[in-house]
Design a protein around this ligand. Sequence first.
Ligand SMILES: [Zn+2]
Ligand SMILES: [Zn+2]
Ligand SMILES: [Zn+2]
Length: 163
Amino acid sequence: MNTQDEAKSADVCPKCGAKLGEVVTTKSGKKLQRCSAGSWNEETKKNEGCPFVKWLPFEPVTLDEKCPKCGAPLIMTMTRFNKKLKKCSTNVWDPLTKKASGCDYMEWVKGTTEELDEDCPKCGSKLVLFTTAAGKRMKKCSTNKWDKESKSAVGCDYIELLN
Ligand SMILES: [Zn+2]
Ligand SMILES: [Zn+2]
Ligand SMILES: [Zn+2]
């Protein structure tokens, strides 16, 4: 594939040939473009029209956290396999020497939870958006917790998978 082909296919939906819409950022910081022939219906929570979504590469973000090894700021990045990774900002890949230099601290990011301004349809408590380390997202009821003593989930069991 040459560069021209790539640029062309970049804004056209491979499913229906319509133009892709504007780049939007999800709550978990990922960027996507939806097919303009499709739209997200907030009321039915369903995709209408063409369901094509193009996920854009994750751009590394500098975090407000210090590297435990050397004290430099940490950055959040994502691997090819959609796993989130925190690593030291002094760690850089040198394409000339084909070697990584700087501090080698890294840490896999486990799932994250964000509070949502939405009520649970089952019990009326607030929902939270849970993102697994692999980038899967689901809405869960905030009352749903893991009880270490009984080794079982407690609270409301409402869950809605998003992707
Ligand atoms: Zn389409
Ligand atoms: Zn470091
Ligand atoms: Zn609930």
